[in-house]
Design a binder for this molecule. Structure first.
Ligand code: NAD
Ligand code: UDP
Length: 309
């Protein structure tokens, strides 16, 4: 049994991670500022005596005694991370520095939730970890993309300079129950629109691609990485099936049996044209294999949204 800190623990991925860690018998400290997370995501855990909740912002330092830190605190949806862009970059730079300082003092192992966005609008396809990316440093996505790139740099420098025990996971588009209804990401938008019979809003012509990972597969990959010795990453975790946004819209209309119509809206600037993880490194080092097919995962997510909207 370990003492484990999960920052961003009241968010979509963080709440699933807290749940799994508690199931495995650990003591979990969930830390969140509730910017995009909610108490509802974790209310089923609050009766567990091994679960602690702290309202805190990682941009401010905090003193805790923990053995492992999963640093997930950061808004993940473009709508939310662009709402206060300066705060987003502070979360990835000052926040990650604070968490690394904590890891250094407490001699804790720290895992940073990085992102496929470090590859920007990629020229190499699918994306391998040794690809350095194609990122606009001054665009509307930069607060998130460049913030996460600096966070990786800080992780590596604390590792080289202070021997902090680090892990970096590059997460590709992940979906599942407990995404926020107003999250603005494509899977939650399309499902909510389909269930309400509203128009399905495709940005651009819908030929851009993404690869969608069910949250349980991601949590498995993250926990395997955290507990793997002599391997820091960065390592891609996701699902390597690749779909156009139009295919996703059609699949969701079919699975929800919806009468919704597809409408086309302008493509936001710097929206990547294609994205698919090369999972060779995860397969080799972590024996990772995504198990949930996108149709199966979408059905579970549709069931969740049907019960909450
Ligand atoms: P989310 O928005 O649901 O969760 C983020 C959580 O962090 C929220 O609970 C929010 O309140 C909290 N938070 C934000 N800023 C904070 C701060 N300064 N201090 C304390 N708490 C703060 O998003 P998610 O999808 O669960 O993403 C979790 C992590 O995974 C993020 O770091 C994100 O960048 C990364 N990630 C997610 C995806 C994805 O597809 N879901 C893809 C790549 C990377
Ligand atoms: N998207 C869309 N309609 C929506 C929301 C998103 O067509 O209602 C598109 C978006 O432009 C992008 C893709 O879906 O091309 C994935 O968007 P998301 O915000 O989920 O993730 P990210 O762009 O960060 O991968």
């Amino acid at each position: 049994m370990k003492n484990i800190l999960v920052t961003g623990g009241a968010g979509f991925i963080g709440s699933h991670l807290c749940e799994r860690l508690l199931k495995e018998g650990h003591h979990v400290i969930c830390l969140d500022n509730f910017f995009t997370g909610s108490r509802k995501n974790i209310e089923h855990l609050t009766d567990n005596k091994e679960f602690e909740l702290i309202r805190h912002d990682i941009v401010e330092p905090i003193l805790l005694e923990v053995e492992q830190i999963y640093n997930l605190a950061c808004p993940a949806s473009p709508v939310h991370y662009q709402y206060n862009a300066i705060k987003t970059i502070k979360t990835s730079v000052l926040g990650v520095t604070n968490m690394l300082g904590l890891a250094k003092r407490a001699k804790a192992r720290i895992l940073q939730a990085s992102t496929s966005e470090v590859y920007g609008d990629p020229i190499l396809h699918p994306q391998r970890e040794d690809y350095w990316g194609n990122v606009n440093p001054i665009g509307i996505r930069s607060c998130y993309d460049e913030g996460k790139r600096v966070a990786e740099t800080l992780m590596m420098d604390y590792h080289r300079q202070h021997n902090v025990d680090i892990k970096i996971v590059r997460i590709f588009n992940t979906y599942g129950p407990r995404m926020a209804e107003n999250d603005g990401r494509v899977v939650s938008n399309f499902i909510v629109q389909a269930l309400k019979g509203e128009d399905i809003t495709i940005y651009g012509d819908g030929t851009q691609t993404r690869s969608f990972c069910y949250v349980d597969d991601l949590v498995n990959g993250m926990m395997t990485l955290m507990n793997k010795e002599n391997f820091t990453g960065p390592v891609n975790i996701g699902n390597d099936g690749e779909y156009t946004i139009k295919e996703l819209a059609e699949m969701i209309i079919e699975l929800t049996n919806s009468n919704s119509q597809i409408v086309y809206k302008p493509l936001p600037s710097d929206d990547p044209c294609k994205r698919r993880p090369d999972l060779s490194l995860a397969r080799k080092e972590l024996d990772y294999e995504p198990k949930v097919h996108v149709r199966e995962g979408l059905l579970k997510t549709i069931e969740y949204f049907s019960s909450v909207i």
